[in-house]
Design a protein around this ligand. Structure first.
Ligand SMILES: Cc1cc2nc3c(=O)[nH]c(=O)nc-3n(C[C@H](O)[C@H](O)[C@H](O)COP(=O)(O)OP(=O)(O)OC[C@H]3O[C@@H](n4cnc5c(N)ncnc54)[C@H](O)[C@@H]3O)c2cc1C
Length: 366
């Protein structure tokens, strides 16, 4: 059983289905990727083509029984997963091996709730429209998500005032210093107004999970700031783990794993992706954790501990930050080197051939 069919769950389930009977449980009716919020809001049609894909379109998922629903409880001693389907039915799935890939909540764009396709569409379109109609946008948070939104909105909505507030002197704290510098100059180039050393006062109930419109107050002493619309990307992620025994979790509620992505003390239980407490950046999603977990589930099934793979994470985050643009995509290596690949090459190579063809193993037309 694979709990959660997001970016890592889909890849894990698809590969395990070559050898095993796999059940994948997902509150969404298809892959609704948590990646690339900026393109999602400012280049929605392009984003949807690659990041929102019905499960029936993913060829390698043909061998996976997908269940549209939400897991409510995992009972490891009985090897059972208890869930409620989208139509309200209570169902129990038994497992020999369990992979937890339920990700995290992070603002309005990554929620664990059950949704049908119309509701996913309404979510994606509604926020993009609100931002498109606003004269001025404030983005709070200088991590990858905040930077991606500020850049994409400024670039694709010329004339809109975009303000990016971040608490440190620089953006992208967990990236290599070279990446921070490059991104700062890219933000400047598209006219984003950057406001360093601004730490927002969060409402008592936590960071807003919807767009807001009131003034934003700062605990760093500056005057409150008002924009037509504010988007909060302050990195307060909440792991989707309320359905798991507390002993499986670390102090922050993420799933404890060893170097083989096994949950210590629970034979046959694995975790991968943003929910798994692997390294300080919890980066197994982007660092091919699904390959490690697939190998290790196979090793477990064969009773071969010696062939277990080790998950290793680079110190710095890497990959794309700004997403695809009219002139191509910038990819950063873990050592901070930047490679700009022109769009005429990047789109057919990275997105159509590598992501859709190789990583997903073929995607049917909608
Ligand atoms: C190939 C690849 C390349 C990447 N490249 C980049 C990059 O260049 N730059 C970058 O910043 N990041 C990149 N990422 C990483 C990305 O930003 C996130 O880390 C990734 O989206 C997290 O995936 P996930 O599967 O852990 O979570 P999610 O994609 O959020 O999936 C979790 C799923 O679990 C579901 N769920 C929640 N609760 C339950 C429940 N109770 N029962 C059942 N299901 C539940 C959720 O609804 C969701 O569908 C990449 C990831 C991959 C796989």
């Amino acid at each position: 059983v694979v709990v959660g069919l997001g970016d890592t769950g889909v890849l894990t389930a698809a590969r395990l289905a070559r050898r095993f009977d796999v059940v994948g449980i997902s509150p969404k009716p298809g892959l609704v990727s948590g990646q690339e919020l900026g393109p999602r809001l400012a280049q929605t049609a392009w984003w949807s083509r690659y990041y929102r894909i019905g499960f029936d379109r993913l060829k390698k998922l043909d061998g996976v029984r997908t269940v549209h629903g939400e897991v409510r409880q995992v009972a490891p001693e009985r090897q059972e997963v208890h869930l409620v389907t989208a139509s309200g039915q209570e169902v129990v799935e038994s497992f020999d091996a369990l992979v937890i890939a339920s990700g995290v909540s992070n603002g309005f764009w990554r929620r664990g709730v059950v949704q049908d396709p119309a509701s996913v569409d309404a979510d994606v379109a509604g926020v993009a429209e609100s931002i498109s109609e606003a004269g001025a946008l404030a983005v709070v948070g200088g991590g990858a998500t905040g930077v991606s939104v500020a850049y994409n909105v400024a670039r694709h909505h010329p004339g809109k005032a975009v303000h990016l507030f971040h608490s440190g002197a620089e953006v992208l704290p967990s990236y290599h210093p070279r990446v921070r510098q490059r991104i700062a100059s890219e933000l400047e180039r598209v006219g984003v107004h950057r406001h360093p050393e601004h730490r927002a006062q969060l409402p008592a109930d936590g960071a807003p999970t919807a767009l807001t419109s009131g003034p934003i107050a700062w605990s760093t002493g500056q005057e409150p700031f008002s924009a037509d619309v504010a988007l909060w990307a302050v990195g307060r992620v909440t792991p989707h783990t309320s359905f798991l025994p507390a002993e499986m979790l670390d102090d922050q509620g993420f799933v404890r794993v060893d170097e083989h992505l096994r949950v210590p003390g629970y034979l046959g239980v694995f975790a991968v992706g943003d929910v798994a407490a692997t390294d300080p950046n919890r980066s197994s999603a982007r660092n091919w954790g699904f390959k490690v977990v697939v190998k290790n589930v196979m090793a477990f099934a064969r009773g071969r501990d010696k062939s277990l793979k080790v998950f290793e994470a680079p110190q710095h985050r890497w990959g794309s930050v700004l997403g695809m643009q009219p002139d191509g995509i910038i990819i950063f290596s873990p050592t901070g080197r930047a490679f700009r690949v022109p769009r005429w090459l990047a789109q057919p190579l990275f997105f159509d051939a590598i992501t859709m063809g190789v990583i997903y193993g073929g995607v049917r037309r909608p």
